[in-house]
Design a protein around this ligand. Structure first.
Ligand code: B12
Length: 344
């Protein structure tokens, strides 16, 4: 007879998760310390991180919760169109958190249904998570957190994490079989284009390209790091791509639903030509970190990349963008023309 915790774990594995562990709610207290440490090291991060204390103080919001089921799913298994690599972060191209067409999303629903079917109360939040997912996975012994802050199993960091709160005291903790970062390795820190990752386990949310190209980036012409953003239009993978512990971990084995078709609509020039209806109704639901009312950011980010990696062929698109329907895009195009000294 299997215990309740091994039954949950087996169900998760059968539904495509790579790993599953269960920890006590109280195991999250260590996250609060890490959050304090981060805010002390990077004071400008405080306004962004103050809402995260709730990740450690789960009892306040969920008095009924007793344990956390934490699951790891590998996304480094999908074929990524070559022309999108280095332009849109891979995790967002194959993001199953809200994509009902993806098997991963459907498996997540099935897993939740399974848990509820056993009589458990089980709650999750599929977008940003209802607790600190990397910390929970670390505590469950499913892998390690490396100097770039990423959670790794023996199969690298291309893993999505998902957690459910449950109303039963259960535990399932593993001993990870993963080597720690080599003491002298600082490749991720040296590679971070904006020096957001400044020392082991320390990144600055304010200057992270992933943030600048999605939630932030409202004033790109005056953005301190606009030239460091390089080729990135949405998200950034640099600190993971460079990591030797990720070598050969991405396997192009499966197709992610609609990615190939959608990819055919995306290039720097095509983004600048996109009509706002397409941006709002096709691009936004997939890449939901940029809100519907902010889809102009796609064009601003594309112009920024054109400036950073200028090619003659971009000239026409930049001039056309001076007539875009959005003021922010027109302003960015004017800025680009000035910066690049372009003449009609
Ligand atoms: C806020 C957030 C962001 C913000 C801020 C990032 C940040 N690091 O704070 C932004 C929007 C920038 C972002 C971007 C990305 N994110 Co994000 N994000 C989150 C979120 C919601 C919370 C992260 C958090 O707790 N931050 C607070 C700070 C204090 O924690 P931290 O930087 O993660 O650092 C931890 C470790 O370093 C550890 N730690 C600190 N010191 C030490 C010392 C030792 C010795 C050890 C062992 C550990 C340790 O403690 C910290 C707390 O866990 C989680 C989902 C969730 N609910 O957990 C996803 C999450 C972390 N993001 C994820 C991803 C994939 C990304 C992107 C790669 C997407 C992309 N390709 O662009 C980028 C990467 C940015 C980067 N370079 O870090 C994944 C990571 C998966 C993994 N394998 O690790 C998560 C877990 C989402 C998920 N469902 O899987 N993200």
């Amino acid at each position: 007879m299997y215990s309740a915790s091994s039954q949950i774990k087996n169900a998760a594995i059968n539904m495509g998760y790579e790993k599953c562990g269960i920890i006590k709610i109280s195991d999250m207290s260590g996250y609060e310390e890490k959050l304090n440490e981060r805010i002390n090291r990077v004071p400008e991060a405080k306004p962004y991180y103050k809402g995260f204390y709730r990740f450690a103080r789960l009892k306040e919001e969920y008095p009924w919760a007793k344990s956390i089921v934490i699951c790891v799913r590998k996304y480094g298994k999908y074929h990524v169109p070559e022309h999108l690599k280095g332009m849109i972060a891979k995790s967002y191209l194959v993001d199953s958190r809200t994509d009902e067409n993806s098997k991963d999303f459907q498996d997540s629903l099935k897993f939740e249904k399974y848990m509820k079917g056993t009589g458990l109360r089980a709650e999750t939040e599929r977008k940003f998570g209802l607790t600190a997912l990397r910390w929970a996975a670390l505590k469950a012994g499913l892998g390690v957190i490396r100097k770039n802050n990423f959670f790794y199993t023996e199969d690298g960091s291309w893993m999505f994490l998902e957690a459910w709160l449950i109303d039963k005291e259960l535990e399932s903790i593993e001993i990870p079989n993963v080597r720690a970062c080599p003491e002298k390795c600082d490749l991720c820190i040296k590679a971070c284009p904006t020096a957001s990752l400044s020392q082991p386990y320390t990144m600055n949310i304010v200057s992270c390209i992933s943030n600048l190209t999605t939630f932030r980036g409202r004033d790109m012409p005056n953005e301190k790091y606009n030239d460091h953003i390089g080729n990135w239009v949405y998200g950034c993978d640099v600190c993971q791509d460079i990591c030797p512990m990720n070598k050969n971990c991405w396997k192009d084995a499966e197709e992610f639903p609609n990615l190939h078709e959608l990819g055919q609509h995306i290039s720097l020039e095509k983004i600048l030509k996109m009509d706002y209806e397409f941006l709002e109704n096709t691009i936004q639901p997939k890449f939901w970190y940029i809100k519907k009312e902010d889809v102009w950011k796609w064009k601003v980010n594309a112009i920024n990349v054109m400036v950073n990696e200028y090619k003659q062929q971009y000239k026409e698109s930049i001039f056309d963008a001076c007539n875009d329907g959005n003021e922010k895009v027109r302003e960015m195009a004017q800025w680009a023309i000035k910066k690049l000294n372009l003449l009609l």
